[in-house]
Write a protein that binds this ligand. Sequence first.
Ligand SMILES: Nc1ncnc2c1ncn2[C@@H]1O[C@H](COP(=O)(O)OP(=O)(O)OP(=O)(O)O)[C@@H](O)[C@H]1O
Ligand SMILES: [Mg+2]
Length: 334
Amino acid sequence: MNASEPYSAAVGAGITIRNLTVTYHTDRGIFPALKDVSLDIRPQTITGFIGESGSGKTTLAMAIMNAIRTPGLIASGSIYTDGVGDVLKLQGESLRRVHGQHFGFVFQASSNSLNPLKRIGAQLLDLGRSHGIKDPRILLKEARALAERMGMDGDRVLTSYQHELSGGMRQRAGIIFALVLRAKVVILDEPTTALDMLSQQAVLEIIRQIHEERGLTSIIITHDMGVMAEIVQRVVVLYAGRVVEEGPTQDLLQRPRHPYTKGLIDAIPRITGDLAEAKPLAGSPPDLATVPTQGCVFRDRCSLRRPVCDLVEPLAQPAHGDGLVTCHGVNAHD
Ligand SMILES: Nc1ncnc2c1ncn2[C@@H]1O[C@H](COP(=O)(O)OP(=O)(O)OP(=O)(O)O)[C@@H](O)[C@H]1O
Ligand SMILES: [Mg+2]
């Protein structure tokens, strides 16, 4: 589509994250929102990030694109993706090109990221121009087709200002921006929160179809465990900026190894199907200001707590075949 594409980005590029630490520098101190995260995002799979509010899902998604802004700072680590190299080494023009062409993304609360003073079509043309797209008609045709697949009138969306669209339409417009440049990796941070349940399912199904048609690598962040169970192939569980468990969705949901993952699943009635059986997760969500600096960060809420948990931060060990779990209390080798 783009003659001047600078990267021979492999279809469904994988992402290899090593020892990633991201800190936020605030008046209250310096807090690690991600601490020493090592993780493989597999090519051509849909990966879901889950965890309570504040666990670091958005920070991880932004860091993967080297898009952390002040007061945040990527303190250390590397993020290798096929066809690009270490994203954290890019800056300026080469980083800008990767945003959009290699990584397509929908920010959390994406309805706020559209420009209120420009029609959607004009904003798409700006995007195309800034990425060197030679023929804007192809871009608009693609955007129209995506809008229509998501149940909207393509021409109406392109000729509208954002205030002329409903919240759900704006959110779908955000998804069009993420897909229109045919990026190889698509990152969607709570892409359907403004939609009702039926439209949400329809839009997610379309995202799943496009993922398959294009052989994408996709990352979806959602609080909806039902969404996870339905469309996500692998799940990454985050707690206080640590990856505590990762694995194939079915195995992880049916046989969670980390007590935090178990708690998350037990707290969601849609998984068990029985509202009466949903048990709220004990204790409070992590607060970076009070999270222990030594030992396991989950120990205060943990049913498997042992003396070692107070002293030593657990290391990742293999679980779920090719996944991992980070806990002293589980015998994870299976
Ligand atoms: N701009 C910022 N300044 C200071 N701290 C921040 C900033 N952005 C995020 N944080 C902190 O970093 C941690 C991780 O935040 P993040 O937004 O990544 O969480 P999240 O898992 O996406 O949560 P949510 O489900 O609410 O979207 C939180 O403790 C949050 O308070
Ligand atoms: Mg978030």
